[in-house]
Design a protein around this ligand. Structure first.
Ligand code: DC
Length: 229
């Protein structure tokens, strides 16, 4: 693990959902020509695979074996990432609220996090990797030369989610979303296994009042200050 961590430039980007990590990470990866690890997708894939196999989520040993062996592939087709589970395209199903809920159930299991460690580290290939998640800087790539922690107020993250849902034709009250976002933060930050928190050496960026271009510019300035771009 140490060898892989040190020979490839890894940029670890963590933070709660809705802070803008996904968009930033995809743009950075494309700008720098780096690989991209969407670690949340691994937890989502595992949740989906476990449900399809009828595995009891209390059976941590079975979840661990599945985490180690599930057959997954990420393929880029015409600028779009296609995710395959046992050869089947599950890209769409992966993004649903239901799959997100399954992911959060498996993500609290320490044996699952341990089993996914190596699979995540295997994404680190030359010339570099943008690692997107919750524990990239604290656990998975703890010696990454650049760690960014993106935040935004719960109000702003709920408003972004609200806009996304409206665009999909779903009308959920903003107040309910603010509550959901706050409850999820509480769970993520207070769980025993790899709680969501900034690494001690992470640069924190609050995106509440920033556009994606502005966030991108700040990260690119940090990279240039560190002679990494
Ligand atoms: O970022 P996302 O919504 O796709 O994440 C799905 C779930 O997985 C969410 O409950 C947080 C969890 N997760 C995690 O615990 N550790 C990570 N590195 C990435 C995601």
């Amino acid at each position: 693990m140490a060898a892989e961590q040190s020979t490839v430039t890894v940029i670890a980007i963590d933070g709660p959902s809705g802070a803008g990590k996904g968009t930033l990470c995809r743009r950075l990866a494309s700008r720098l020509g780096y690989h991209y690890l969407d670690s949340g997708a691994l937890y989502r894939l595992l949740g989906l695979a476990a449900q399809r196999r009828g595995i009891d989520f209390a059976n941590h040993a079975a979840l661990q074996v599945l985490a180690e062996h599930m057959d997954i592939q990420f393929k880029t087709e015409h600028d779009r990432v296609v995710v395959l589970l046992e050869g089947e395209d599950v890209s769409r199903e992966l993004r649903t609220e239901q799959t997100g809920a399954l992911a959060s159930l498996v993500a609290v299991v320490p044996a699952v996090r341990e089993a996914l460690l190596q699979r995540q580290r295997d994404f680190a290939r030359p010339p570099g990797l943008i690692a997107d998640g919750r524990d990239m800087g604290t656990v998975v790539f703890s010696d990454a030369p650049l760690k960014i922690y993106l935040t935004a107020s719960a109000q702003e993250r709920a408003a972004r989610r609200h806009k996304e849902l409206l665009e999909k034709g779903e009308n959920v009250s903003l107040a309910a979303l603010v509550e959901q976002v706050s409850a999820r933060d509480e769970r993520d930050m207070n769980r025993d296994a790899s709680p969501l928190r900034p690494a001690a050496d992470a640069v924190q960026i609050d995106t509440s009042d920033l556009s994606i271009e502005e966030v991108m510019q700040s990260v690119l300035s940090i990279l240039s200050l560190k002679n990494m771009a």
